[in-house]
Design a protein around this ligand. Structure first.
Ligand code: SR1
Ligand code: MG
Length: 416
């Protein structure tokens, strides 16, 4: 097996020409292929290769965290978990993930569809995507339901848990960066100083908040409900008005369902608060702000509806086996139980959303929506508001009756 080596851009065309599905996808002569390294993420090398017939993306794991450097080693095997998750997600949510043409485990390298003209920063430019909420709700319901014991057997679930349980290092990143570091003095934390100094210190002293974050960390570490994407921020969603694709599931493992749903909702709420930093005049982006809140509501309601529909139709799940509930009374009782289950998922979703928002403002890795606000004082105003709602979501998720209630709270804080 060839020894791992980071891709050398000047030799990439020759190597790709040896892989028939990739060569066919690109077409023409390898010498004419256009290659550029575009990795703007936190972890990996990413090349776009374009030929006369089409394009591919070559994503290769580096043996360290790109954002920080070689001082933070990271296993190459994350590429295997990403590939395995892409394959599984494509089975359940066809058309909503990039097509994979080739995987090389030794080189930690995936060759996949180049998604063009898709973008992932449209929310910063106030672009509306008519398919966003529906497609993401379908992705969430299909991938999360179908990889749980509501849909499959205990044996299948345990095999899935076993495969992804080895993704220890990436889970550790989340455990530290999402649930712990924002609440303590960690060397890599950063926030918009000096404006957020007070809120940062207050969060470090906020017992209720720290306990809520740790309760969710415990759930993250032990709640093996379904195969989750694990890093479903809006930067992991490639969009055009007609098409939606979910990328980058290298943080995948069998974890709590609400973590993925909460990631989407939390990142939409960050985009909501960021609008104030991007608008040309106060109120100029009011309509867009409302569009974002509508997406958050539609993602939740679409997910809720579809997850329940899948559950009602399910016949093979080892949990709540369908054969046990045959009478009319059984059916009514199961409907109540499903409603209870979904309410728990709702509270999980809000709490995880809050945790994800806080880590993007007080922790190591931030989001472009806020980072792109050049004036730090203006950015801090947006971030301070986002932190207020995030705290409420994480500590008091049970007090919210629905996403409309969350939207009202966001509007009220946004006006303040
Ligand atoms: C050290 S990696 C920082 C972050 O980048 C990824 O996108 C994940 O969100 C991770 O937490
Ligand atoms: Mg990523």
């Amino acid at each position: 097996m060839p020894v791992y080596a980071p891709v050398d851009g000047s030799r990439l065309a020759g190597a790709l020409a040896e892989i028939p599905p990739v060569r066919d996808r690109l077409g023409g002569d390898a010498a004419s292929w256009r290659i550029r390294e575009v990795g703007d993420g936190n972890l990996n090398l990413v090349f776009i290769v374009e030929g006369p017939a089409g394009g591919v993306v070559v994503k290769q794991a580096l043996p360290y965290v790109r954002l920080v450097g070689e001082s933070w080693p990271l296993p190459l095997e994350r590429s295997w978990f990403e590939y395995s998750a892409l394959v599984e997600q494509a089975r359940h949510a066809p058309g909503l993930t990039p097509e994979v043409f080739h995987f090389d485990r030794a080189q930690a390298l995936i060759v996949m569809e180049y998604l063009s003209p898709h973008v992932r920063k449209g929310l910063i430019r106030a672009v509306e995507y008519p398919r966003f909420a529906d497609d993401i709700a379908i992705f969430l319901a299909a991938t999360l339901f179908n990889t749980s014991v509501l849909a499959g057997t205990a044996a299948e679930h345990k095999a899935r848990v076993e495969l992804f349980a080895a993704n220890v290092a990436l889970c550790r990143i989340t455990e530290d960066l999402v649930f712990t570091d924002p609440y303590r003095e960690a060397p890599l934390n950063r926030w918009t100083r000096p404006w957020l100094d007070g809120q940062k210190r207050a969060f470090e002293r906020d017992s209720a908040l720290k306990v809520a974050a740790q309760a969710r960390k415990h759930q993250f570490m032990t709640g093996a409900q379904a195969l989750i994407h694990g890093d479903l921020h809006t930067g992991s969603i490639m969009l055009t008005p007609q098409d939606t694709r979910v990328i980058d599931p290298e943080f995948a493992f069998v974890g709590p369902i609400g973590f993925d749903v909460g990631a989407v909702i939390g990142n939409l709420l960050l985009a909501f608060f960021a609008q104030e930093g991007h608008e040309a005049a106060p109120g100029a982006r009011d309509a867009y702000r409302e569009w974002i809140l509508l997406q958050a509501q539609d993602v939740w309601s679409g997910f809720h509806e579809r997850f329940l529909a899948l559950w009602r139709q399910a016949r093979a799940g080892d949990a709540y086996p369908a054969g046990l509930f045959a009478s009319e009374e059984d059916r009514l009782t199961m409907d109540k139980e499903r409603a209870r289950f979904m309410r728990v998922l709702f509270e999980d979703t809000l709490a995880f959303a809050g945790a994800k928002m806080i880590r993007r403002i007080l922790g190591l890795a931030h989001v472009e929506d806020l980072e792109a606000i050049a004036d730090p004082e203006r950015r801090a105003r947006c971030e301070a508001k986002a932190l207020r709602l995030a705290r409420d979501l994480l500590v008091d998720a049970k007090d919210f009756s629905g996403l409309a209630d969350v939207a009202d709270a966001a509007r009220a804080i946004g006006r303040g």
